[in-house]
Design a protein. Sequence first.
Length: 225
Amino acid sequence: MKLITQLKNPRINVQYLCDKSSKLLKIASILILVHTSKAQASFIQKRDKIRILTGVGFQYLGQILPLHDNSYGLGTPYDYRVTFFEMQYQRKLKNYKNSSIDLLLMPQFNSTTFKKEDENTLFQQGHEMGLNVGISIRKSPQNEPYSYYLALSSGPHYTSDTPGRQTPGFIFSDNLFVGIDYEVFTNTNVSFQLGFRHISNAGISNPNGGINNVTGKIGVSFGLF
């Protein structure tokens, strides 16, 4: 009867429809937010993730940008550039309300471009391969489509050739980096990482001057289980 009375009165009818539409829109908005929140939480709560990355390692910005300028960088007398092809397996070790401690396994195969001696202007090509093991501390803000983390890793590494300051062959790779995962689809994130890497052989053979790189990587990550 209430509905029939309101439909007979055009003025009341318009108001009635507006009120109903407003309520429906509010309900729809709540449902969308709940669904989005669950989708975001589904990735954050995944125990295992795979991340596939590529990127570069350099000493000066001028090495990756057409600046021919060594003003901005690590202040090193050598030139050793890396192109990374890396996979990262992540397993959650300890979960807190909005954060976690994760284990990282990082196999990689990289190509390198370098100068053998400081005064040598000819570039040579080489490659690296290795496996790093690390720990990350991750923060996952509630109901946000992203999480960020700080990670430290180390592990055995092999280099086919290096600048004269460092003996090639078996070495160790130490990495410190920060990263962010941003969800673009359910269980699929875009990943960005920025960090610092040091490689040397812990004094097993000389010379052992070490090689440092600033590293930048981009890739995608997937939730597994």
